[in-house]
Design a protein around this ligand. Structure first.
Ligand SMILES: [Fe+2]
Length: 253
């Protein structure tokens, strides 16, 4: 206030803006988180609080659409059910910094499906693509889903009013959210982004990090999937190895 010295009218506008931001919030919509995201505050707080050693998979914003109590899935099971989109297999390992496999780690996923951006709002009601997988004894995991698509952040609130007064993109490049947890390790909340997405340089919430951009390899119909089955449609294969950092107490034990 000392620095910008607003007029009383300007401050009244600011109060009104904050009031309307609060009024936009309900059990399913969190306009303040969105505001924090588009201002870059969420990424800054994330960076301050997750200073991982080099070699560990970097974190990024959780965002407002995490699905609590996602249904547990067997390794390789299809989390997309009948959701539209191109089938996508994601596989790899969860390991510690020393390379040790992390068995029984939970991978909590959420994402858009391949068509309907609005599923992201349905996701918060538990209707979108979300699931909970566990790593195998060798630290490996196999997920079957559909490829996510880029989507716009919700623009019908005060965040939209703000964005519309700038040239800043309101799009998020296609990504899959992961929250990974295992006893003795620091939890990891991150995304995998699809390389080549046209919004990859302009993420509305500044969440993209180089180490989180992955190739979605397009496989032709008739190819063998990571699950072993021969697919009668084109599909994507994504491979990614997550690296967790042990908690200090665990390392000393
Ligand atoms: Fe997202």
């Amino acid at each position: 206030m000392r620095e910008i010295e607003p007029s009383e009218a300007e401050w009244a506008v600011a109060i009104d803006f904050l009031t309307r931001t609060g009024q936009k919030c309900d059990a399913k919509r969190q306009e303040f988180i969105l505001m924090s995201d588009v201002l870059g505050v969420s990424m800054l707080v994330n960076a301050i609080n997750h200073r991982r050693q080099s070699g560990a998979t970097p974190s990024t914003v959780e965002g407002p659409f995490h699905v609590p109590n996602a249904p547990p899935m067997d390794n390789g099971a299809n989390m997309a059910a009948d959701a539209p989109g191109i089938t996508c297999f994601v596989s790899g390992t969860v390991r510690g910094l020393a390379g040790e496999p992390v068995s029984g780690a939970t991978l909590d996923l959420w994402q858009t499906d391949g068509e309907d951006c609005m599923r992201i709002s349905a996701m918060s009601m538990g209707l979108g693509c979300a699931a909970l997988y566990r790593t195998q004894p060798d630290g490996s995991y196999l997920i079957r889903t559909v490829a996510p698509i880029a989507y716009t952040i919700p623009m019908d609130g005060t965040v939209g009013d703000l964005m519309n007064r700038t040239n800043i993109s309101h799009m998020r490049p296609a990504h899959i959210h992961f929250a990974i947890n295992a006893p003795g390790y620091h939890g990891l909340v991150t995304h995998l982004f699809q390389s080549g997405d046209k919004f990859i340089q302009d993420d509305a919430v500044y969440g993209v990090k180089e180490a989180l951009i992955v190739d979605f390899e397009k496989m032709p119909s008739g190819s063998k999937a990571p699950s072993g089955e021969i697919m009668n449609e084109p599909f994507y294969v994504v491979r990614y190895d997550f690296v967790l950092e042990r908690k200090a107490q665990a390392a000393a034990a």
